[in-house]
Design a protein around this ligand. Structure first.
Ligand code: NI
Length: 200
């Protein structure tokens, strides 16, 4: 992808399309917060970060806050690690895309009533294998937008009752709405770290 501003990128239009889809098909659908039995305990901090309101709308729009934080950051600045052994900014962005793809895949299977137990994944292994520092920051941000557009389209096409469906992931039960809330809270968690630890 080029080096223009994000307004130039086609993924922005895809995200806009996904947002329009929400407005047209599922306007202000209330998806109740998942109960404690609907996700693994380590995910609780993510779920608790999600504010009250229309979570599908939040899924589509909150990425803007993360992009505002990161757009315009040079490739050099995006390779910053706040301490040895910690992820670079680029690696955080790549991790957001990787994990959201996996969250979305889990939601897809459970929403389709596929109860095959799904494995976990080692996020540090993924980041090391991906070599995100070699990828231009603009491309990493564009990819995250594209992944988010896909996630928005996936969830916004679901019927209300599908959000209560669940399955087993990494040895623990999680509902579809649990995955949705975790996806939103996970981004907020990393945005907070980018602010507090990386000084962005
Ligand atoms: Ni994470």
């Amino acid at each position: 992808m080029g080096t223009g501003t994000f307004d130039d990128l086609r993924v922005v239009r895809r995200l806009e399309t996904a947002r329009t889809m929400i407005e047209e098909t599922s306007h202000k659908r209330f998806i109740p917060r998942p109960g404690p039995g609907e996700y693994a305990e380590p995910f609780r901090t993510y779920v608790e970060r999600v504010p009250e309101g229309d979570v599908l709308d939040l899924l589509a729009t909150q990425i803007d806050g993360t992009l505002r934080l990161l757009t315009g950051l040079s490739d050099e600045a995006a390779r910053l690690r706040y301490a040895p052994g910690k992820w670079s900014v680029k690696e955080v962005v790549g991790h957001l895309s990787d994990s959201e793809r996996i969250f979305g895949y889990r939601a897809l299977r459970f929403a389709r009533r596929d109860d095959t137990p799904l494995p976990g994944f080692d996020e540090n292994h993924y980041v090391a294998a991906a070599e995100f520092d070699r990828v231009p920051m603009n491309d990493l941000l564009a990819e995250f937008q594209a992944v988010r557009a896909s996630t928005v389209a996936l969830f916004s096409a679901m019927q209300a009752e599908w959000f209560e469906r669940s399955g087993e992931s990494n040895g623990r039960t999680i509902s579809v709405r649990g995955i949705l809330y975790v996806t939103i809270g996970h981004e907020l968690h990393h945005r907070e770290i980018l602010r507090s630890r990386y000084g962005l």
